[in-house]
Write a protein that binds this ligand. Sequence first.
Ligand SMILES: [Zn+2]
Ligand SMILES: [Zn+2]
Length: 297
Amino acid sequence: MDAEQLFKSLCSGDALPELRTNPGPMPTRGHFSAVLEDSLDRLDKGDKELDLHVLHCTEEFVTFYDGYPKSSVHLLAVPRRERVLGLGQLAAVHLPMLQRLAAYVAWLMQSLEAKPGDVGVGWTHGIHSVPSLRQLHVHVFTQDLCSPCLKNAKHFGSFRPPFLVSLDDAIDAVERGLEPERRFGLRTAEEDMKKRSLRCHRCDTDFGRRFAELKKHLATCQASLLPGTAPRLWRVSEAASASDRSEELPPQHVLAAANTDSAGSDDGQNLRAWLMQGGRKRSRDDPAGAEDLVDLI
Ligand SMILES: [Zn+2]
Ligand SMILES: [Zn+2]
């Protein structure tokens, strides 16, 4: 079994369908902040009204279209079974689910690449420090940040680090027993974000707090982007052919550079790091290791 087949089997759902036009806000009867819990309940009941809003679904995770897309394609990956109220509530008990979620999001991002709708600037992902929706959800989006729904400075700031936290950082904090509230400064995250300068994430031009100027600029800026953050196992197909040299790379290279020659090597390290979480080192050619990985996931 090659790495890509393995990864697809981990997700155990259907292959990722083609992207559709964003269907707009999800239907909800309750308060907007509970729309995801509401949608998960409807999904369990087989509510057909929701089909339009679902891109992909496994037994454990679902990917919805974000009802208010902040970039050309904007999705939400959500755990279906565990109800978790965002980053601040994450604890050791959630780790197995978080690691599976990271694998799912990595698979999702890899599957999305080069699909129609991909604007060629790459994908990134993250969790808001202070979310507007209750149930834990991971934003997965193209990095253009060009959309009519991107209407103010807060919208822009909340899709940039440090307000946007990667799954790897969230998992790392929980693994090390750090309280997410302290580790990510959640109490002041929103205030801090509102004070920060608005800088184009492509060319680094500083717009101060002048959002209208930034928005105009984003529509035309052509500077190439730094790679977005991706969870471990990003680009597993490349990881399968990675050289052993990748084992010497320092940990900061774990997040793969999507458009650089070293991407394969970095991903090789991701895959190895992941495989080693099972308690022993496994080679990619070790079928027994692959089966254990399925159990781990
Ligand atoms: Zn959110
Ligand atoms: Zn720019």
